[in-house]
Design a protein around this ligand. Structure first.
Ligand code: NAD
Length: 297
């Protein structure tokens, strides 16, 4: 049955996600600070809400896709926010990538108001958002997950219930910490190979079928040549921008500090990506860190 969906945060990711909900037959009310972002939704058949409060009061489901935890806290818990204006029973889905502590705090405030909530960050990037093939990592109670699933199915292909509130964010940052560390490891190996006179293709031929094999090598090889589809072959245009990787690595470090987990390689990866971003790598693909490492030696 069609629902009234309020969608807040219609940027690079939220815009195409909201449009897929319109295409599936739902009435989508959008809100964003950017008029240009709103226009893309209204051009596709969505409607513009006057304010967050107005949107929340009308919606059966509210979905948010915002930059960071502080925006999410403000939009849900701030004055004129979702929790003060939505009806009890309204389903809340936050798909932003944010810190675990904020996700858990907002979810518990929503629960107090009788509003089921899931944190449902994504991977798959802008292309996945447009194609409706995102992977959702979902945290929340079983019932909230069951209610959210039909909407997530429209925007994504793989939906994983990772456990209680905040566990979607936990799954996302743990995965991306593996990715950041492994990309640096693979990049260091290619830089060392160059200095030792070992051809990149030869290293690829060996490691892609040996114990060094990993996604950063065989699906996203950071040097041009061995894997024609990787961003290295198109001058490191993203893909997944280094600034996004740095954001996720910082979130992983915040979570590790808060939970008392030892993540020394995650800390090192976060420092290296900060140096790479500060040296001009921000907007390049995160595999471009290989060029930074080459320059350091
Ligand atoms: P974006 O900057 O393109 O979009 C964010 C939108 O939120 C903007 O349109 C902005 O105007 C709006 N916004 C900010 N504050 C607002 C407020 N107070 N009220 C209303 N609207 C507000 O960012 P994005 O690339 O769409 O990313 C959104 C989230 O998705 C982030 O948490 C990001 O980490 C995550 N993410 C992004 C990607 C990616 O490839 N871009 C991939 C996975 C996850």
């Amino acid at each position: 049955m069609p629902s009234i969906i309020g969608f807040i945060g219609l940027g690079n990711m939220g815009g195409p996600m909201a449009i897929n909900l319109v295409k599936a037959g739902h009435k989508v009310l959008g809100f964003d600070l950017s008029e240009a972002a709103l226009a893309l939704l209204t051009d596709a058949g969505g409607e513009k809400a006057g304010s967050v409060a107005d949107l929340a009061a009308q919606a059966d489901v509210v979905i948010t896709m915002l930059p960071a935890g502080k925006h999410v806290r403000q939009i849900y818990q701030g004055e004129g926010g979702i929790l003060d204006n939505a009806r009890s029973g309204t389903l809340l889905i936050d798909s932003s990538t944010i810190d675990v502590d904020s996700a858990r705090a907002v979810s518990s405030a929503a629960e107090e108001k009788g509003m089921p909530m899931v944190d449902a960050p994504v991977s798959g990037g802008v292309a996945g958002a447009a194609a409706g093939t995102l992977t959702f990592m979902v945290g929340g109670a079983d019932k909230a997950f069951e209610e959210a699933q039909p909407f997530l199915d429209i925007m994504g292909k793989t939906i994983v219930h990772a456990g209680g509130a905040g566990n979607g964010q936990a799954a996302k940052i743990c995965n991306n910490m593996i990715l950041g560390i492994s990309m640096i490891a693979v990049s260091e190996a290619f830089v060392l190979a160059e200095k030792l006179g070992l051809d990149a293709q030869k290293l690829y031929d060996v490691s892609s079928t040996a114990s060094g094999q990993c996604w950063s090598l065989t699906s996203y090889c950071p040097v041009p040549g061995p894997l024609p589809t990787s961003p290295a072959n198109r001058d490191y245009q993203p893909g997944f921008a280094a600034a996004m990787m740095l954001k996720d690595l910082k979130l992983a470090q915040e979570a590790a500090n808060s939970a008392g987990a030892a993540t020394p390689l995650g800390a090192e990866a976060s420092s290296l990506y900060a140096l790479y971003c500060n040296s001009g790598g921000n907007e390049t693909d995160f595999s471009g860190i290989v060029n930074f490492l080459r320059g350091v030696g």
